[in-house]
Design a binder for this molecule. Structure first.
Ligand SMILES: O=C(O)CCC(=O)C(=O)O
Ligand SMILES: [Fe+2]
Length: 366
């Protein structure tokens, strides 16, 4: 960016961010979804049936008692089969760290000077740390409809290799997000161990390449005057292995279950865990990656932070051999993770098509 251009480019960039322009009147038509994709009924039932699993102080500690470990493992497996979603409490990550991390995200979006934000803004999806608005495709100007969110995205594992690309401000960002990423990663590894054991592929199955990368995506949804016409995130399943989400204390996350949308109730200091496409594929369809979306509201800003555990780009993904037999034929072909990810980017909003290229028996796999 040339110094002379700076104020002008900066201003244009900041106009795109929905957090800078949401008070605009009249309501911008470019954010209005076609009738069949609108959220419709906003007051969906708040779901008290998405399982809430008590990890009793941390999944790790569960290893101290075999019975307790087996009980937790069974609950995680059942929830991943039936819902593809669950919440965990008593997960071992300190409440103080979680609330301070959410606070630093809020400071980032609401208090950072425009020029600091502008220096991180990029529409290049290959840029490792970037602030953008609407979808992550990097094609804001070509989108049919914009989505009502700004997003800060960057890798968060291994810390020493990625911390240097993170925002330098707010000043506590590195320390808090670093500590939180480390602890979330440990929790995710423990949950994956339990899943591996429960599936019968072995506790260590998801270590190394299958879970090598972790990406942090912080969503900022400003208050929206027209929540019934807009979406913070359209319906999708996550493309990765497993996601751990901090959803703060504002409603907005909904899961599609048995033909209807249900809200995932924000519980203080709970973390939401959801199965991504890779876990569905590796488990040969035994675990399910559920469709979800984020709706907006007219009264307060909402922040969510997703930690996406994902395979290395070159990792070969295929259903685990131990899960295939005469009565459970292989449902998906093997592929490299990067091929899946590229294909995913072209199928945004078309969840029914994402898996088509990877199915072996189109009529059986869902
Ligand atoms: O904001 C939320 O609660 C959901 C975020 C989400 O689904 C995602 O980032 O993939
Ligand atoms: Fe998601």
């Amino acid at each position: 960016m040339q110094r002379d251009d700076f104020p002008c480019t900066c201003l244009k960039t900041m106009e795109k961010l929905i957090s800078s322009s949401y008070k605009e009147r009249p309501f911008p038509e470019t954010y209005i979804f076609p009738p069949d994709a609108r959220p419709g009924k906003l007051a969906v039932p708040l779901c008290n049936n998405i399982p809430v699993i008590d990890l009793g102080g941390g999944a790790e500690e569960a290893s101290e008692s075999d019975d307790r470990r087996t009980y937790i493992l069974e609950q995680i497996l059942k929830a991943s089969q039936e819902f593809g979603f669950f919440q965990v409490i008593n997960h071992g990550i300190s409440e103080h760290l979680l609330s301070e991390t959410m606070r630093v995200f809020k400071e980032f979006f609401e208090e950072l000077p425009a020029e600091d934000k502008a220096s991180l803004y990029s529409e290049d999806p290959n840029k490792s740390c970037r602030l953008f608005t609407s979808s992550s495709t990097g094609n804001y100007d070509g989108e049919d409809v914009h989505i009502w969110r700004d997003c800060l995205k960057h890798p968060c594992h291994p810390l020493e290799e990625c911390k240097h690309v993170w925002p330098q401000k707010p000043i506590r960002y590195g320390e808090l997000v670093g500590a939180c990423s480390t602890q979330v990663r440990e929790l995710a590894s423990n949950i994956l161990e339990l899943i591996g054991e429960g599936l019968g592929v072995g506790a260590g199955y998801f270590r190394d390449e299958l879970s090598q990368q972790m990406l942090l995506s912080v969503n900022y949804y400003p208050p929206c005057p027209e929540p019934s016409l807009t979406l913070g995130l359209p319906k999708h399943c996550d493309p990765n292995l497993i996601t751990i989400l901090l959803q703060g204390d504002v409603n907005g996350l909904q899961v599609f279950k048995d033909g209807e949308w249900i809200g995932v109730e924000p519980l203080p200091h709970a973390l939401v865990v959801n199965v991504g496409y890779q876990l569905q594929i590796i488990s040969n369809g035994k675990l399910k990656s559920a469709e979800h979306r984020a709706v907006t509201n007219s009264s307060e800003a909402r922040i969510s932070a997703g930690f996406f555990v994902m395979p290395s780009n070159d990792c070969l993904i295929e259903p685990a051999a131990a899960l295939i037999n005469a009565s459970n034929p292989q449902l998906y072909k093997g592929f490299q993770y990067k091929d899946f990810f590229l294909n995913f980017g072209t199928k945004l909003g078309k969840t029914e098509q994402v898996l088509d290229r990877f199915k072996l028996q189109a009529r059986l796999a869902s």
